[in-house]
Design a protein around this ligand. Structure first.
Ligand code: ZN
Length: 608
């Protein structure tokens, strides 16, 4: 057994999911209001028999791993580690020595945090740093909760402390606490206010140290960060995320600020959805982490051009990753930390009512810079705004912004279209969507199913439930290729075996075994439907007939529409023979439609 299989065999999905949300019985399955989208009636189902979950509302689904990933906003390896621990399964892919070495690194960091915390509270220099933090507006409980500390000036104070606890200089170098000097090792962080950085399990993976008590110099930067280490991957870790995760999920919004102080003061000012990048630019990996938790990111930056310029790359990435991007622009020359300290009400008002959609902001800025007076000015405005619009991944949103800009600039459709083509040609090449999925984690693509596709899915599920089928093999009624493949499998799965009709669970397992790999997640969805319908629908045969009628009605309506378009064209061109032929076809289809309706009402009458 692989560790994943071992974990699955030891943990029950009902307990794992039930630890996060309240589940209620629904026949052989359990249901709940989905934790991943907003809804009033439950469409989130858990199957104890198959150890899977699926939401009919947002089409997410999977096993315990994907559930923990989704709800904790974690990558697969993190979810694996948490569940392995819970199941008492040793992860063998990581050798004992390596794991021990890694846990030694965490241990060193944890001891360092404690050392720095004590220095902040007990040493005279630490006292001055503490006074500074309070002066910047931090409350003691925030300082305590985020475990801020003080790294003393002395070259080897921390090293002496950690050597005394059995750590070699080499290990301290590896975790980034020590750095190699000409005559041995010395502490990397000296005379600095220390901000520990935590991972999803609240372990310290690194630090940011802010200079204090002296001027910064060429080799002595204002902010010093832990370098990449085996446990610190800058492009994945967001400062404040372990504290902000819950609130980001609750709001569906992540607030991105630049610095640690901004982040801490934001948390203190009831903006507990704030996170900061740790001494690095916002990366696609950061966004993958946030995307599991939120649909919207708010960038909070200084109003000046440099502030926006600095945020530009991150904003582009966020648009490409499908986020709704808004800006919270703080007054010029201030950072969020200043604004919060000086005028907390203004900060809260800004976040509550004052954030602007990024495209609107860019448009206003470009208009202010170039005006509208000449064709050249319009071109400049378009050049500033269209590339950002091109990065929006939602088609409807993109179209709406294009239209707004067009109207604002008083351009004709044709003109706007020509400009757009030009921009897209240049931009689209450079746009690359970040890799979101891993092998273990394959949510269904977010798609809006048409009514027809939904009906087809119902037909497949209802077919699985029939005692007897009279219309075997009639698969042409199902139009989507995916649903047709599933329908074909369903028709085979319900065939009696050795003359005996099969029970539902047997059919289900036949169905699941026969589905092609690429359709498995959709098959899972059908199985949940089958189980739901088995409980809730009394006349399964009539339900299936109604479903078939409904699909045929849609077909006929479409055909009628197509014929009437052709008919119009034939009439306009004076083609009498064609007109007559089409009129006849139209009459035929109308009659069919009418017949379908009378069938429906006859059934309705017998039922009532
Ligand atoms: Zn959902």
């Amino acid at each position: 057994m692989t560790p994943v299989e071992q974990i699955k065999s030891r943990l029950d999905i009902v307990e794992v999911v039930g630890g996060y949300i309240k589940l209620q019985r629904a026949g052989i399955n359990l249901k709940a209001r989905c934790p991943f989208h907003n809804e009033k009636t439950p469409s989130f189902f858990v199957s104890p028999a198959r150890q899977t979950w699926h939401c009919f509302g947002c089409s997410k689904g999977g096993d315990i791993f994907s559930f923990v990933q989704e709800i904790e906003g974690m990558e697969f390896p993190e979810a694996l580690r948490i569940l392995a621990q819970r199941a008492g399964v040793e992860l063998v892919h990581e050798s004992r020595e390596r794991r021990d070495a890694r846990s030694r690194l965490f241990e060193a960091n944890e001891l360092a945090v404690k050392f720095f915390e004590t220095q902040l509270l007990k040493s005279p220099a630490g006292g001055r740093a503490l006074a500074y933090l309070r002066d910047r507006g931090l409350r003691d409980e925030t300082i305590h909760a985020f475990r801020l500390g003080w790294a003393p000036e002395a070259q080897d104070a921390l090293l002496v402390f950690l050597r005394g606890r059995g750590f070699s200089d080499k290990a301290l170098d590896e975790v980034g606490l020590a750095t190699r000097a000409r005559d041995g090792f010395r502490a990397r962080f000296r005379g600095r206010i220390m901000f520990p950085i935590f991972d999803g399990s609240n372990r310290t993976v690194g630090f940011t140290g802010r200079i204090f008590g002296r001027e910064e110099g060429e080799y002595d930067p204002k902010y010093l960060n832990t370098p990449e280490t085996p446990i610190f991957e800058k492009h994945r870790i967001l400062y404040g995320l372990s504290a902000a995760r819950k609130e980001i999920r609750r709001r569906g919004v992540a607030l991105l600020v630049e610095g640690q102080m901004d982040c801490l003061l934001a948390h203190q000012a009831t903006s507990a959805h704030a996170v900061a990048t740790s001494g690095t630019a916002l990366s696609p990996q950061h966004l993958v982490v946030l995307k599991r938790l939120a649909d919207t990111v708010i960038f909070s930056y200084d109003a000046d051009v440099a502030g926006i310029e600095a945020a530009k790359r991150g904003i582009d990435l966020a648009l490409e990753a499908g986020f709704i991007v808004r800006l919270a622009v703080v007054p010029k020359g201030k950072d969020p930390a200043d604004l919060i300290r000086d005028d907390i009400a203004a900060w809260q008002e800004l976040l509550e009512h004052g954030t602007q959609p990024i495209i609107g902001f860019l448009l206003e800025q470009a208009l202010a810079a170039h005006g509208l007076a000449s064709p050249e000015a319009k071109r400049a405005v378009v050049t500033a705004v269209f590339p950002a619009i091109a990065r929006i991944s939602n088609t409807i949103e993109r179209a709406e912004w294009l239209e707004q800009v067009r109207l604002r600039l008083g351009m004709t459709q044709a003109n706007a279209e020509a400009f757009w083509q030009e921009v897209v040609k240049h931009e689209v090449k450079s746009i690359e969507a970040p890799q979101v999925s891993s092998e273990q984690d394959r949510p269904l693509p977010k798609e809006i199913l048409s009514r027809r596709e939904l009906l087809e899915e119902h037909l497949v599920a209802l077919t699985m439930l029939q005692e007897q089928l009279n219309d075997l093999g009639d698969e042409t009624i199902v139009r989507s290729l995916r649903n047709r493949a599933l329908y074909r499998v369903a028709l085979t799965a319900v065939q009696p075996a050795e003359g005996a009709s099969l029970a539902i669970p047997e059919r289900v397992s036949r169905f699941q075994d026969a589905i092609a790999e690429e359709f498995k997640p959709y098959g899972e969805r059908i199985v949940f439907m089958v189980e739901e319908m088995a409980e809730s629908i009394r006349d399964l045969l009539e339900e299936r007939n109604a479903c078939l009628r409904e699909i045929r009605t849609l077909d006929l309506r479409e055909r009628l529409e197509a014929i009437s378009t052709e008919l119009e064209a034939a009439e306009r061109s004076g083609d009498f023979a064609r007109t007559r032929e089409l009129t006849e076809r139209f009459r035929e289809s109308s009659a069919n439609l009418a017949a379908l309706f009378s069938e429906t009402s006859r059934v309705t009458e017998t039922v009532s």
